[in-house]
Design a protein around this ligand. Structure first.
Ligand code: AMP
Length: 398
């Protein structure tokens, strides 16, 4: 792997990378940084946790010079991702006089208007709130030189593409555009063709292969016992930190209530009906160990930089097989071990088959020992497999 210096980074950005403790570039950085430094457009696909943020942020910050109008705009699908990218932008621009600003919904306009008046160089935004400010005349994008569209497939899922198009339309044509999406359905390809000029393609790591360090299993059960099995699974599993994904906010709330009654758990929840300040507290508390379980809807599934998650449980089989891969990608980051359990009921067999097809492997069916199963045909002829041994205590996330 070449060094950061060999990739062409210099001066203050190189110092900031050292200060962040990065020793060598990740593969996506090795590919994208030199291309970014040359000012070329990039279309990239890279799994989360691969160092994608630095891959786009480092060359931009290296090439940026202070100005009186915003020069760099990064669009992110969720507030949490936007906040995470803002943190990293601050780290990488530590030795440069650049002003980084975060702009997302769910909070008041007052501070944001003040911050916009303060001449930010870099704006990290979610599309809806950015467009609001544009329509109110609070923001001028006429000097944007660097435009980053991150997690574009997620923006499509969340219905943001019309907003994203309006925003791109207001950015000058001479800009450099960096575009990241884990998948490229037709609508996204059309957007990329429109937004990018002769992009260089960067694709790292099989998008489809879940992290190799993760062991995954389906737990078949009758529909009436889904909740009980989940609670028993949590109770009987040795975990340091666990993410539980539900399909709906209601499911997340009701599981949170049951988990609160379970000994040894310190659960919290993350979904879009929870107010922004509580979402921030939930994430922060999960990161620092105050909470050892976070029950989340899809909003938390992609891109969030939460390291050291030992277990992921899917309360239902995800409808979208890509979500399965993204969710289980929360565990096993940075070569740590992780377990991903998915509860499977008879109505989800098609989704389960789609997941297995997508990851190109058969996922093991397991039975939870000691759980009082009601009969379901799903359990026929499935040998019981023991739970993985309890993990030794004291494993901490970074
Ligand atoms: P990302 O894929 O951008 O969400 O990054 C995932 C995590 O990897 C973040 O915590 C980064 O700070 C970290 N990271 C990114 N690049 C490197 C690197 N070259 N060396 C060590 N850690 C890195």
């Amino acid at each position: 792997m070449p060094s950061f210096e060999e990739l062409g980074l210099s001066g203050p950005v190189l110092r900031a990378v050292n200060r962040a403790g990065y020793e060598e570039p990740t593969p996506v950085q090795a590919q994208a940084v030199p291309v970014g430094l040359e000012g070329k457009d990039i279309v990239g696909a890279s799994q989360t946790g691969t160092g994608k943020t630095a891959a786009f942020a480092l060359p931009i910050i290296c090439n940026m010079k202070p100005s009186t109008k915003p020069q760099c705009l990064v669009l992110e699908p969720t507030r949490e991702l936007a906040a995470q990218v803002e943190d990293q932008m601050n780290v990488f621009s530590y030795y440069k006089p650049l002003n980084v600003m975060l702009l997302h919904g769910g909070v008041g306009y007052g501070h944001q208007i003040e911050a916009l008046e303060n001449k930010p160089d870099i704006i990290i935004a979610t599309p809806g709130r950015l467009l609001d400010h544009m329509e109110k005349g609070n923001l001028d994008l006429s000097n944007i030189k660097y435009l980053v569209l991150d997690e574009v497939d997620r923006m499509l899922d969340m219905g943001f593409l019309p907003d994203v198009k309006k925003i791109i339309d207001k950015c000058p044509p001479g800009r450099q555009t960096l575009f990241f999406s884990a998948t490229m359905p037709g609508a996204i390809e059309t957007l990329a063709n429109w937004a990018l000029k002769d992009p260089v393609e960067v694709e790292i790591g099989g998008r489809r292969s879940p992290a190799e360090t993760v062991s995954h299993a389906f737990y078949p059960v009758g529909m009436d016992q889904r909740d009980d099995l989940l609670i028993s699974l949590v109770d009987k599993t040795g975990y340091d930190s666990m993410m539980i994904f539900t399909r709906t906010k209601k499911e997340a709330d009701s599981l949170l209530a049951r988990l609160k009654d379970l000994e040894g758990t310190r659960p919290t929840a993350l979904h879009s009906d929870i107010k922004q300040s509580d979402r921030t507290k939930a994430l922060q508390g999960f990161r620092d160990g105050t909470f050892n379980i976070i029950v989340a809807t899809d909003i938390a599934a992609r891109g969030l930089d939460i390291s050291g998650v030992t277990h992921v449980i899917n309360y239902r089989v995800p409808e979208n097989p890509e979500d399965y891969v993204h969710r289980i990608g929360r565990t096993g980051r940075a070569q740590q071990e992780g377990d991903a359990f998915t509860i499977l009921t008879a109505d989800e067999l098609e989704n389960a088959a789609a997941v297995e097809h997508y990851v190109e492997q058969k996922i093991e069916r397991r039975k939870l020992e000691g759980f009082d199963y009601n009969y379901t045909a799903l359990l026929d002829d499935k040998p019981a497999a023991p739970l993985r041994r309890r993990r030794p205590p004291g494993r901490r996330r970074r």
